[in-house]
Design a protein around this ligand. Structure first.
Ligand code: AN7
Length: 401
């Protein structure tokens, strides 16, 4: 089991501190995986169910909080809102720290501990930091998290602090935070657990495997919000591996959605360019995906092109409308970045890029409780003050239109 450069095929050991090949290429784990349905049939749904298909080094003991095994919810009213026949929501907000990041982090921190690292770090728009902080605490490691000052949701900041991470707020955006901590990692000050680390993406493969195991039939399309483009890349790797094992009757179309103010990947795909032009000043209400230089873009580009998928953008207004629709029509409260997947699906159906008869899975990546501000800011007049008097309450309710 080795790390391979996806550009030049040079190999590195699994426990390398390098996050890029000498040629600048991204790395990925390759191994001669051996498993089939019988391997995991009797195990509960969750990341470690698929352990034969995950990285392994001698002596490793999973650092776990019960990640994965999240619900796949058929959502008929939301399907109607999006304009399609069949929609399922894979709600990653049900993970231990409230986001899909826990899948990659349980694997990443497990490996870091087994390699003997004592300090782990990441740059983050919030969720990676919260997840790393929790798993580092669980493992007894020190976490260093670098976040863009004033631009991460309050719940995520509280999580990082309460789990005991060293929280550094950088006067800049996520991309600058990642570059900064990347240099520290290269010096050997800490082990980097951003999704540029291929071990993180290995854990994230389990998301789409669970979807396949939860649905009777392979979905036509799986829709992801895209920030740094790690998650959609991990999905592609997962599907290709499953196909190689003869366990994928057909390939779902991987579809990405970016916020309009932070959409360098969508723009690259729309223009047909083969390299990414960064967005120097990314801006969106969906702070989780406020990212101007998605590091995994080469993998994500292959994910979309090789599965016949697509990438689109949505406005902040469309994101907040989708968030509210999902919460009020289905009882699922997700953070704005997550709602981008549903807003994007709706848009793609309206412009007829997605057929209304498709069976679609939308990935909602993070829990809405992490970022209540986004809802409350746009909810003026939602709470009405009343006297503790039944007549006043009745009159108020009768006046409710
Ligand atoms: C809720 O936490 O990048 O495309 O630093 O928190 O794999 O980056 C978060 C990303 C989608 C985008 N939804 O996933 C971080 C960070 C939510 C997120 C994404 C993020 P990628």
């Amino acid at each position: 089991m080795l790390n391979y450069c996806i550009a030049c095929d040079l190999t590195y050991p699994l426990d390398t501190n390098r996050m890029r090949c000498g040629c600048g290429g991204l790395m990925e784990v390759r191994a001669d995986w051996k498993a089939d349905h019988d391997t995991w049939r009797d195990r509960p749904l969750g990341v470690w169910r698929y352990r034969e298909m995950l990285p392994h080094i001698d002596g490793m003991v999973p650092v776990t909080l019960g990640e994965g095994g999240t619900g796949l919810h058929r959502a008929d009213r939301m399907a109607q809102w999006c304009g399609i026949d069949e929609l399922h929501i894979k709600n990653e907000g049900e993970n231990p720290t409230g986001s899909f990041k826990d899948r990659g982090m349980t694997v990443g921190v497990t490996m870091a501990k087994a390699m003997g690292h004592s300090v782990v770090g990441c740059a983050s728009t919030g969720n990676t930091a919260a997840s790393l902080a929790a798993y580092a605490a669980r493992a007894g490691l020190t976490a260093v998290v670098v976040v863009p000052a004033g631009k991460i949701a309050l719940g995520k900041l509280a999580q990082s602090i309460v789990h005991g991470a060293r929280v550094l707020a950088v006067k800049g955006n996520f991309d600058q935070a990642l570059e900064t901590i990347g240099l520290l990692a290269e010096e050997g000050s800490l082990y980097l657990l951003n999704s540029i680390n291929p071990l993180r993406l290995e854990g994230q493969k389990t998301l789409v495997w669970e979807v396949l195991d939860q649905l009777d039939e392979v979905p036509d399309r799986v829709v992801y919000p895209v920030g740094n483009a790690g998650n959609i890349s991990a999905a592609h790797k997962a599907l290709v591996e499953r196909d190689r094992m003869g366990m994928l009757p057909r390939m779902p179309r991987l579809t990405g959605v970016q916020a309009e103010g932070a959409a360098p990947f969508a723009r690259m795909m729309a223009s047909g360019a083969d390299t990414l032009t960064s967005e120097p000043r990314p801006e969106t209400v969906a702070t989780a995906i406020r990212i101007g230089h998605p590091v995994s873009w080469p993998k994500a580009r292959a994910a979309v092109m090789e599965t016949g998928g697509t990438v689109t953008t949505v406005t902040d207004e469309e994101i907040l409308a989708a968030q509210r629709a999902l919460a009020s029509l289905e009882g699922i409260f997700v953070e704005p970045a997550s709602a981008a997947s549903l807003a994007g699906l709706r848009k793609l159906v309206h412009v007829r890029e997605v057929d209304a008869r498709e069976r679609v899975v939308c990935i909602t990546t993070g829990n809405g409780l992490k970022d209540p501000d986004a809802v409350l800011r746009t909810s003026e007049g939602a709470v009405i003050e009343v006297e503790p008097d039944p007549r006043h309450v009745r009159a108020t309710l009768e006046a409710w239109s």
